[in-house]
Design a binder for this molecule. Structure first.
Ligand SMILES: [Zn+2]
Ligand SMILES: [Zn+2]
Ligand SMILES: [Zn+2]
Length: 232
């Protein structure tokens, strides 16, 4: 009986030896996704208020005065390319970069599991990277997700998406009355546009700085998450 079973066993062994070792299981198609948390503050070059960066693009807009601080690709790269690479290697550091001529930027870039800004629940990084538009949460607070663009690919070649950006639209407020700074006609603003048409001046006038700033208080912004794929 022993000989009966030993033969096929030996054959199987020989077969297994002849066969090249099965390669490590083919990796799942979706690469491992890592999330780098990006929190940046830039001083507005016009009103000097700190701007919590809520989107990564050529211009960072100050909601208090609507001024667009030109950051540009070169500066973004100087600001976050190296810290993102360092964070992926385990560094966790805040830094302040002074561009001298006009503005100072404070960055905090580290690897952290994404969390819902509404309820704090953890969000799976891979699911977030796959979402386009808004990644919903049971609490009702969605997280905006945008596919990585050229700038993000410059920041990290395996960038997949950027989550947590705020839309550029301004929140509407209850209409507030003010007087046209030129002719004193009564006007109203709901806070969504800076230029208001004045019938008497036959043109647009700007909502005065102080009123605009009061309508758009400086608020902190939750961090952005740069989602980065693994090696495929
Ligand atoms: Zn400003
Ligand atoms: Zn939530
Ligand atoms: Zn007027």
């Amino acid at each position: 009986m022993a000989s009966k079973t030993s033969k096929p066993k030996a054959a199987a062994k020989a077969k297994a030896a002849a066969k090249p070792k099965p390669k490590a299981k083919p990796k799942a198609k979706a690469p491992k996704v890592r999330a780098v948390r990006v929190a940046i503050t830039i001083d507005c070059t016009r009103c000097m208020r700190p701007i919590a960066v809520d989107a990564i693009g050529p211009e960072v807009r100050c909601r208090a005065c609507l001024h667009g601080v030109q950051v540009g690709s070169d500066r973004w790269l100087a600001l976050i390319k190296e810290p993102v690479a360092a964070a992926l290697k385990g560094a966790d550091e805040g830094r302040s970069v002074d561009f001298g001529d006009d503005f100072t930027v404070v960055t905090r870039i580290d690897v952290a599991a994404p969390a819902c800004r509404g309820c704090g629940a953890g969000i799976d990084a891979a699911a977030l990277a796959d979402a386009r538009g808004v990644h919903p949460c049971a609490c009702g607070v969605g997280q905006a997700v945008r596919e990585a663009d050229g700038l993000m690919h410059f920041i990290h070649k395996d960038a997949l998406a950027l989550a947590g950006e705020r839309g550029s639209e301004l929140e509407t407020c209850e209409p507030v009355a003010f007087r046209c700074p030129r002719c004193a006609t009564g006007l109203r603003t709901d806070g969504t546009t800076r230029a208001i048409a004045c019938a008497r001046c036959a043109g647009d006038v700007d909502v005065p700085d102080a009123l605009w700033a009061a309508l758009h208080p400086v608020r902190p912004h939750p961090p952005l998450y740069l989602l980065i794929g693994g090696k495929r």
